[in-house]
Design a protein around this ligand. Sequence first.
Ligand SMILES: NC(=O)c1ccc[n+]([C@@H]2O[C@H](COP(=O)([O-])OP(=O)(O)OC[C@H]3O[C@@H](n4cnc5c(N)ncnc54)[C@H](OP(=O)(O)O)[C@@H]3O)[C@@H](O)[C@H]2O)c1
Length: 230
Amino acid sequence: MTTLTLITGANRGIGLEFCRQSLAHGDTVIACCRQPEQADALQQLALSHPNQLELVALELGEPAQFDNLCAYLGERKLDRLICNAGVYGPKGLPLGEYQADHFEQVMKINVTAPMLLVQALHPHLAGDAKVALLSSKMGSITDNGSGGSYVYRASKAALNAIGKSLAIDLQPQGTSVVLFHPGWVQTAMGGSNALITPEVSVRGMRHVLEQLSLIDSGKFINYDGVELPW
Ligand SMILES: NC(=O)c1ccc[n+]([C@@H]2O[C@H](COP(=O)([O-])OP(=O)(O)OC[C@H]3O[C@@H](n4cnc5c(N)ncnc54)[C@H](OP(=O)(O)O)[C@@H]3O)[C@@H](O)[C@H]2O)c1
């Protein structure tokens, strides 16, 4: 049986690389992004992987769309759910200039959306499914040695709290949950000075996912498998 993998933010960056490597591994991939018709790299992958890649429109800021996604899945069960999409919000904003609305979109996409998506999809998870939530070391309170980035840090710390609860609540149905720091990755978000390529980051995270069992569920793990402090 082929592995059924759903990926959010699949059109670029780390999500696109998850698609590439999952397809190369033989998975059937449901690639979610806001505008599939404009997702050129995914369209190319669909051509080279006929019958293996499904493109689905999904705006994570509109949780009503999650019901459509459940209807689209029907009786099919997901083996892997990669909640990858995220936004950074204001960069380099000094203390004194933050406004309430700086938080709204980032919290909606980085926190509310993955929580409600997993909630919606959890009846559609296979017995031994694995859920990956793309967090960040910026969400580690222990690791925060430089301050700033209030919005992004807060969103990923909140996502970590959500992932821990999901791991506990989904344990009885056999689902493992992992919170990933993907490394500092060369994407639009990570920038060109980032230390690793999406290929290296995703190869590492996929390896961790393959090894992941219920015993490790709810951990915060670097792309190379090293456990991180909250
Ligand atoms: N790159 C890094 O160094 C790094 C480090 C730590 C953690 N992370 C985390 O890793 C994940 C992927 O990051 P990345 O570097 O690949 O970022 P990226 O290149 O900026 O890509 C972000 C992805 O999220 C999607 N997205 C944003 N808002 C969305 C929305 N409202 N609805 C649906 N999709 C939406 C984007 O779609 P559009 O193209 O439609 O905008 C895009 O596919 C994020 O959660 C990020 O926080 C990245």
